[in-house]
Unconditional design. Structure first.
Length: 308
């Protein structure tokens, strides 16, 4: 494609016009600013290639004269013509690569992105290097995997796989960063990072508030009245919970150290268990009559005693 068309400038554009057009397009399509956008990455490469030709005065002159094509290669019908014509006697008709223009490229990106070309020794061509783009992924995991940690595998679109170690205590919206597992670098630059956003699936029993785990424990009338030892589930496995006599719906029991790990201190929070007194699933006439007779002899109003 014609470099002038790629940069959107006319053939009479000044060097400043070409540079300004290049900077605008390169910044808009840079891989670091468009992670995962293949179209932007392709446009960025086209823009860079176009500027490498018409951003360099000598190459632009030769392109305009038809001596090189848009890639910088000699046109077959003019191959080496100028070189032969201007060669000294005994010239062996060999030609090295010309990398003029990439110094400009490096200066532009150093200004735009704070990194760019690194010049070589005097007389040598500078090398344009750029870190690859970061690539983002979303990793859904189960509630208990987030709390206790897990090893997961991600299949990448290019056929690669990533083995990801999820540390204990992760929560939805938090990120893992795998250095060097992102997009490839440009010009020998380092690869970008894989940035993995954690998405925690809900659990049927537990909910989380920071490092605190909360759940509801249904208990019977007898367990509430007389007390009992009840097996309960926690995020680290089942434990026995002692329910005191006279417990009521809404009472909260604390299991210390049975919550989620704090990612900064690695210490586990607590598990808070709310008791909920449950009647039988089906109405029971005998129970209804017993409670009615008992309440007739022992009247009380829980709404009054609680200030309702």
């Amino acid at each position: 494609m014609d470099p002038y068309e790629v940069l959107g400038v006319s053939k009479t554009a000044t060097e400043d016009d070409i540079r300004a057009a290049y900077r605008k397009l390169a910044k808009a399509n840079h891989p670091d600013l468009n992670p995962g956008n293949k179209a932007a990455e392709s446009r960025f490469k086209d823009v860079s290639a176009a500027y490498a030709i018409i951003g360099d005065a000598e190459k632009r002159k030769r392109y305009d004269a038809g001596e090189i094509d848009a890639t910088g290669a000699e046109r077959p019908e003019r191959k080496f013509y100028r070189q032969y014509a201007e060669a000294e006697p005994g010239f062996k008709y060999e030609r090295g690569g010309n990398h003029a223009g990439y110094e400009d490229l490096g200066d532009v990106f150093s200004e735009l992105f704070g990194r760019g070309a690194r010049g070589g020794a005097a007389g040598s061509s500078p090398e344009f290097r750029m870190r690859g783009a970061d690539i983002q992924y979303r990793l859904p995991i189960d509630f208990l995997e987030a709390v206790n940690g897990a090893s997961k595998r991600i299949d990448l679109p290019d056929g690669r796989t990533l083995d990801v170690k999820v540390p204990p205590g992760m929560d939805s919206g938090q990120f893992l960063r795998l250095a060097g597992m992102g997009g490839p670098g440009i010009g020998g630059g380092p690869a970008g990072n894989a940035v993995i956003e954690i998405e925690v699936r809900p659990h049927p029993l537990f909910r989380r508030e920071g490092s605190t785990i909360r759940s509801v424990l249904p208990i019977t009338l007898k367990e509430a009245l007389s007390g009992a030892s009840v097996r309960v589930d926690t995020v680290t496995g089942p434990v026995d919970l002692r329910i005191p006599k006279g417990s009521n719906s809404g009472n909260v029991m604390r299991l210390r150290g049975k919550g989620a790990p704090d990612r900064e201190t690695s210490q586990r929070g607590d598990h808070m268990i709310e008791l909920r007194v449950m009647l039988p699933d089906k109405p029971d006439a005998e129970l209804e009559q017993f409670v009615s007779e008992w309440e007739t002899r022992h009247p009380y109003n829980p709404r009054t005693t609680r200030g309702g």
